[in-house]
Design a protein around this ligand. Sequence first.
Ligand code: UQ1
Length: 387
Amino acid sequence: MTLEIQICWKVKRHYYQAMFTMIGGGMKKLNQSYKEMEDVLPKDALWLKDTVTEIDPKKSQVTTQKGDTVAYDYMVVATGIELDFEKIPGLLEGLKDHRSGVCSNYSPLYVTKTYGCIQRLDSGNAIFTYPNSPVKCAGAPQKIAYITADYMQRNGRKNVKVLYNTALPVIFKAPKYATSLWKVAEKKKVKVNLNVDLIEVRPDKKEAVFKSLSKPDETFVQEYQMLHVCPPHRPTPVIARNKELSDSTGFLAIDKGTLQHVKYPNIFGIGDCTTLPTSKTGAAVAGQLGVLRKNLSAAMAGKTLTSTYDGYTSCPLVTGYGSCIMAEFDYDSNPLETFPFDQGVERRTMFLMKKDVMPQLYFNLMLRGLWEGPGIFRKIMHLGLSK
Ligand code: UQ1
């Protein structure tokens, strides 16, 4: 049997989005975060420079924007998640205006604006928001708050007040790291407001409007000098409107252990487009890769699927210029730490891992299929004593 792999994706640049926080903090440049798509795709796969507009799982075929029909025997869906800047009135207007103080590390279009906002900030409120929707890299909205607070402390700018306004009822999903982050916030004088959702930006007045999620009828207005927004996210329409493939949330309905579609055994899913109940990160994708490789191969060989994803995800929580808490946890938010020391404390080594090692690991190993997450190292470092 010959195996033909087709990749259907129109975008010409491939970004390592995990670097965007570092770009926002002025520690990396945008041109370090991407490579041209043709340089990262496997040479022996056929690249269709097109977009899938419809999937017909009953016929095992997809339709593309150019109007072609492409049949498949097996399909891996990796359509990611979309940013919904439009959902918040005034946000795009603020982002597009260079002097507005409104920025977002979430898009390559705006990430280069953030560091200028930090550098110019000398008084007033710096507000950082987390929306009322699933997001990619759930730590990113607060990492940039700590980086900004650190910049203010290092430069003696005492008149700046840093606020982290999150729609979530917790500072972080995994309790172990939540405890650490409350301490970081206190030390860095970052005021954390839970259960508050950004609903409008008024760039002309430099005002942000929030809704209280615990008291739904209540809204309040805060002035800002700097406003960093994590926009609401939405599932990709090609999956969300396909009721055969998605669940009620609009994400690809796959088995949380095997990564196989719940109705169509010749479809698998990976990453942000799926219903996998874990934090959406690049590290989670790394953890899913090995399971996908083994189970897809088994399915293609007509064998039973034996590999199970445990929900592994990791979030390098950068807490300033030189410190990082390396959170790693599973579906149940239990720590799954790689290193034989407590990763719940801020460390310079973990900061250097995040800044210098991870991009290399990603571009040189993971994109070549040679990195399936640190699980194997975790076992070696713990010498089989723990998980
Ligand atoms: C990881 O595997 C990974 O993929 C290359 C990242 O980039 C998105 C990460 O940020 C992290 C933290 C991991 C996990 C690896 C280790 C060694 C903790």
